[in-house]
Design a binder for this molecule. Structure first.
Ligand code: SAM
Length: 220
């Protein structure tokens, strides 16, 4: 498959997402057009990159479906200059999209070393390695050196809201996290840290993510 047809196919994914009302934010639309998923999937899956489904990446993990990525990025309401932490780097695709939207450095944590290397290679090839910092480790503990954050986006399913992540949010900041069962069913929670430090949670309903494994997540 030629590079041109990959570009065309990727562009064609966007229209149905808009028609169905899933993709409604022009900034997220532009970022998705600039950062196609085919740059972040293993060679054998590139031909499916424009299909609106999760795809396999190494170590038995997945890169999320484009509609899910659009939903989370839109809820995050990312603005230039925001300090953002992502937990669950996977392929690096979502982190590159975040970098497009905040136009500054992004921190992303991945617990599987094979994926740390996979994401770094993808980010290098796609031209984001100077702005997206892939940190190996357990993201349930957050990343204190760069805290506090305007936004924290968790792209794996947790049993509960990890306390360190709320602590590392700025007052007025928010956390997006799927919370629910170990396998394939969670609620997408939008967790607001109010200016007085209290927390308010809005539930956006059912999603399906691989488990968040760590000290404040599921146990290995
Ligand atoms: N955001 C990714 C992308 O754009 O490709 C997809 C994320 S994938 C659905 C979930 C990822 O979370 C997996 O790569 C998994 O290894 C990682 N993960 C699970 N628990 C973690 C933890 N405690 N800390 C960091 N990463 C974790």
């Amino acid at each position: 498959m030629s590079e041109v047809s990959e570009v065309e196919l990727w562009g064609r994914l966007i229209k149905p997402l808009e028609r169905e009302g899933i993709l409604y934010d022009g900034r997220v639309r532009e970022a998705m057009l600039r950062v196609p998923r085919y740059l972040f999937v293993p060679k054998e899956y590139k031909k499916y990159a424009h299909v609106d489904e999760p795809l396999p990446i190494p170590a038995g993990q997945t890169v999320s479906a484009p509609h899910m990525v659009a939903i989370m990025l839109q809820l995050a309401d990312l603005r230039p200059g925001m300090n953002v932490l992502e937990i669950g780097t996977g392929s690096g695709w979502n982190a590159a999209l975040i970098a497009e939207l905040v136009k500054t450095d992004v921190y992303t944590i991945e617990r599987i070393s094979e994926l740390v290397e996979f994401a770094r290679r993808n980010l290098e090839r796609a031209g984001y390695s100077d702005r997206v910092h892939v940190i190996p480790g357990d993201g349930t503990k957050g990343f204190p050196p760069k805290a506090p954050y305007d936004r924290i986006l968790v792209t794996a399913g947790a049993p509960d809201i990890p306390k360190p992540l709320v602590e590392q949010l700025k007052p007025g900041g928010k956390l997006l996290i799927p919370v629910g069962s170990y396998h394939l069913w969670q609620d997408l929670l939008e967790v607001f840290k109010l200016p007085d430090g209290l927390v308010k949670v809005k539930n956006h309903g059912g999603v399906a993510f691989v488990p968040l494994i760590g000290e404040y997540g599921w146990k290995g």
